[in-house]
Design a protein around this ligand. Structure first.
Ligand code: CDT
Length: 312
């Protein structure tokens, strides 16, 4: 028995600040239909897919912020996506800003099975950027103002005949993200992202955005013997250029499919989940080779403590 799953990335190009959710969902439905025509089992859409990447704007009035958040999923604008996916027997994952009934704000990603049932909602753990308006920047990155870190960590779920996990954008840069899921046997990690090309704190990284994107996801895939799917919102959105380069990465670390444009585009690959075992049962047989007695600092300490320093 092989466990082959055909996975599609539904990469999105720019979403204008005044574009309605209904219009974005229409674009996503177009990609979903194309995915169904290509016999895909699952479509992965980007982080904060339903609106423009609003953390680039400083907003003082919480009502203006909350207008970018979803209070229900599905809601009136997103229900057609749920209905159409269920009708066609195709699953999907979608990034959205989540406002919970008790008032928490998360940067979230939902996973929906082929029968329309909700598998899980993951909440982004590593929240990048800054909290206050920084006028020197050409655009803001105020995720730390608008989102709380997800309290649930990196779970995995039995779905799509495999073991599936999620991470969102900045989470993909941290090796702990993959390893925590790897320790739960993850076989397929789904990641939506919005990555501006310009990184204000160190513009020397601008030219390396594509390299770093591949570097982190390919090494995370290889070192944990898992498929990794990266879904971008790319292109020039409200004057800010964002990385595209959506891709599907095998447990070998090889990119097997990649976006060719920075716009709405479907990227498809058939993923054999049994390929994971080539790595999980050999070089990265965790139970046989890991030396956890030497890894304590990773969860005991957050920042760097150099020799001679007292922990802050
Ligand atoms: N959305 C997101 O997490 N973006 C960050 C940008 C860099 S930090 C300002 C990323 O890690 O791609």
């Amino acid at each position: 028995m092989t466990r082959e799953l055909t996975v599609a990335v539904g990469q999105l190009g720019p979403v204008a600040r005044d574009e309605s959710r209904e219009s974005v969902v229409d674009r996503m439905l177009g990609l979903l239909h194309e995915a169904a025509a290509r016999d895909a089992n699952l479509v992965v859409f980007p982080e904060l897919a339903l609106t423009t990447f609003f953390p680039r704007y400083f907003m003082d009035d919480q009502a203006d912020v909350d207008a970018f958040f979803e209070t229900e999923m599905p809601g009136p604008a997103t229900k057609p996506l749920f209905d159409e996916a269920r009708a066609r027997g195709i699953g999907f994952s979608l990034g959205f800003a989540e406002l919970t009934p008790d008032g928490h704000h998360y940067n979230s990603q939902i996973l929906v099975e082929r029968d329309g049932s909700v598998v899980a909602v993951f909440r982004k753990v590593h929240i990048p950027g800054h909290e206050q308006h920084e006028p020197a920047r050409p655009f803001q990155h105020l995720e730390r103002r608008y989102f709380e870190p997800g309290p649930d960590g990196f779970g995995v779920w039995r779905a799509f005949d495999g073991i599936v996990g999620m991470m969102i954008c900045n989470d993909r840069r941290w090796p702990e993200t993959y390893r925590v899921m790897g320790l739960q046997g993850v076989e397929l990690i789904l990641c939506g992202y919005n990555t501006p090309i310009h990184y204000f704190p160190d513009p020397s990284q601008d030219a390396l955005q594509g390299f770093h994107n591949g570097l982190v996801m390919q090494s995370g895939a290889y070192q944990n013997g898992t498929w990794v799917v990266g879904a971008a919102k790319g292109g020039v959105e409200e004057g800010v250029e964002a990385l595209a380069d959506s891709c599907i990465i095998a447990p070998s670390g090889q990119i097997v499919a990649r976006a060719e444009t920075a716009g709405d585009e479907l990227v498809v690959a058939t993923c054999d989940l049994d390929w994971c075992n080539n790595y999980k049962k050999t070089l990265f047989d965790f139970d046989r080779y890991r030396r956890i007695e030497h890894y304590g600092l990773i969860s005991a300490q957050r920042g760097v403590v150099e020799p001679g320093m007292v922990e802050p």
